[in-house]
Design a binder for this molecule. Structure first.
Ligand SMILES: Nc1ncnc2c1ncn2[C@@H]1O[C@H](COP(=O)(O)OP(=O)(O)O)[C@@H](O)[C@H]1O
Ligand SMILES: [Mg+2]
Length: 472
């Protein structure tokens, strides 16, 4: 402060005189400073104003620049190329996302197609294998059919496999129920008439008789059952043909309990009926046998059943009414029988045919059933109440013919003469019985049949029945 003030004193040439009081010095300094400030303050204000104006101008310029820049930025933000690019990039990214999703779907579908193609390939291979197998088995079946056709009727005597049910012969300690086939390869000789009336006569003599109608004409059934009942049994599949088919299919049908119908009031005589539907069973089983459709042998269906205790405990004798030809029913009958009973008409034509019958029976005896025996021949439909000389001579010739072959068998003394009574009782749907004119002839025949059976088979010679075995 004193340094500043010194020049002022000098300039004024007016410096404080020595000996001033302090108060005078202080006044002097203050007046010097005030003078200086009086000069300096306006200068400072001028400077400040100048600087302020310059700052305002500069601020206005900056404001203008700032607005310009903001406008430019706003323009760019609105639609500038960067934004355009950004939008395009965003769109491209979205598009890429879509494409990726589509690609993933396509890949998935392709994988599905691949899997399906593999599956189809597997199926194709499997089908090719099945086709090859089917072709093989078809070829084998064609060979079998050709072989069967080539055999020309002898198919039925084809070798019996070890698996076939064994024939258990009549035995006092075993099977005591004889099975008798009433057979002749000629029609109209009286097989059915004899089966029905012999059966009824035996039943009235105390035998428990089971009759089986094996002829697809169903004549034996027609003798006992009215058409409505036949129809019922057909619908219920309770006919002989149904039994054979079910048995072949391994269903273990029960012949005596489910297929036999009692047909003679006051006696035990039941019938397994047949209608012409047997023709279907015949064809069906024959074709299946030729084609070896099942391992089972359709020739032994009756043998298996008729030797079961459920049959032998309920019946003392079984009579099988055979058809006049060798078909599956007839083969079943011969494979199951102990005896063949042959009704003949004592005409030349009829007795000549017996030779053929004996030849066929021998084939069956040798190939299917070595226990098969010819029980005998007997005359039916003779002219008079006694045999004529011609008829007698024919029967003697027949007996001699049999004696010369394997089937040595006597002729029965009993014979049945031709009588309208047979038709009459057929119309009444009953067998001959006491009071009918021809009945005694059947009783005689029944007596002779009884005499040709082992003693132990007769009803009186039997032990009390063993319990019936359960179905397998
Ligand atoms: N002794 C007889 N007297 C009269 N007619 C008979 C006699 N035996 C059978 N007939 C008749 O002959 C026809 C054929 O008999 P049938 O027993 O059916 O023979 P098959 O069963 O051998 O074909 C039947 O119409 C039956 O009435
Ligand atoms: Mg008949």
């Amino acid at each position: 402060m004193l340094a500043h003030t010194a020049p002022l004193f000098a300039a004024a040439g007016d410096h404080p005189a020595l000996g001033w009081t302090d108060k005078e010095v202080l006044l002097y300094v203050l007046s010097a400073v005030g003078g200086t400030l009086f000069v300096l303050v306006p200068v400072a204000w001028g400077l400040v104003n100048l600087l302020n104006r310059r700052a305002d101008r500069r601020a206005a310029r900056l404001e203008v620049e700032n607005r310009t820049l903001r406008r430019q930025v706003a323009e760019r933000e609105d639609g500038g190329p960067v934004e355009e690019l950004r939008r395009k990039v965003a769109e491209a990214a979205q598009h890429t996302g879509h494409l990726e999703a589509t690609l993933a779907q396509v890949r998935e579908q392709a994988a599905g197609f691949e899997r399906a193609a593999k599956g189809l390939e597997g199926e194709r291979d499997e089908l090719t294998t099945q086709l090859a197998e089917a072709q093989d088995s078809l070829a084998a079946e064609q060979r079998r059919v050709r072989k069967a056709v080539h055999k020309d009727g002898t198919t039925w005597t084809e070798k019996v496999l070890a698996s076939a049910p064994e024939f258990k012969p009549l035995d006092p300690d075993g099977r005591r129920t004889p099975v008798i086939s009433v057979l002749n390869l000629k029609g109209g000789v009286g097989k059915t008439t004899v089966t029905a009336n012999l059966g009824a006569a035996l039943a009235r003599r105390g035998w428990r008789v089971l009759l089986v109608d094996l002829d697809l004409q169903g004549s034996l059934t027609g003798l006992f059952l009215p058409a409505a009942e036949q129809e019922d049994r057909h619908r219920a599949r309770r006919l002989a043909g149904d039994f054979l088919e079910a048995s072949f299919d391994g269903e273990y049908p029960n012949l005596p309990d489910d297929f036999a119908v009692p047909v003679l009031p006051g006696a035990t005589c039941s019938l397994v009926p047949t209608t012409d539907e047997m023709a279907y069973a015949e064809t069906n089983l024959t074709v299946r046998w030729f084609l070896k459709d099942a391992r089972r042998d359709p020739r032994f269906l009756l043998r298996k059943e008729l030797q079961l205790k459920r049959v032998t405990n309920q019946f003392d004798v079984v009579l099988l009414d055979c058809p006049p030809l060798i078909n599956i029913s007839c083969v079943n009958a011969l494979a199951a029988s102990d005896y063949v009973l042959v009704p003949v008409m004592p005409s030349k034509q009829a007795t000549d045919r017996v030779t053929v019958l004996l030849e066929r029976l021998k084939e069956f005896h040798d190939n299917l059933n070595t226990d098969l025996k010819v029980m005998g021949f007997f005359a039916n439909r003779t002219k008079e109440s006694d045999l004529t000389t011609d008829e007698r001579n024919r029967l003697v010739a027949l007996r001699d013919k049999c004696r010369d072959t394997w089937a040595a068998a006597p002729c029965f003394d009993a014979f049945i003469r031709q009588s309208a009574e047979v038709r009459r009782v057929e119309d009444e749907r009953r067998p001959l019985g006491p009071g009918d004119e021809l009945y005694p002839a059947f009783v005689r025949l029944a007596g002779e049949v009884e005499g040709r059976l082992p003693m132990f088979c007769r009803p009186g010679g039997r032990p009390t029945a063993a319990p019936v075995e359960a179905a397998p």
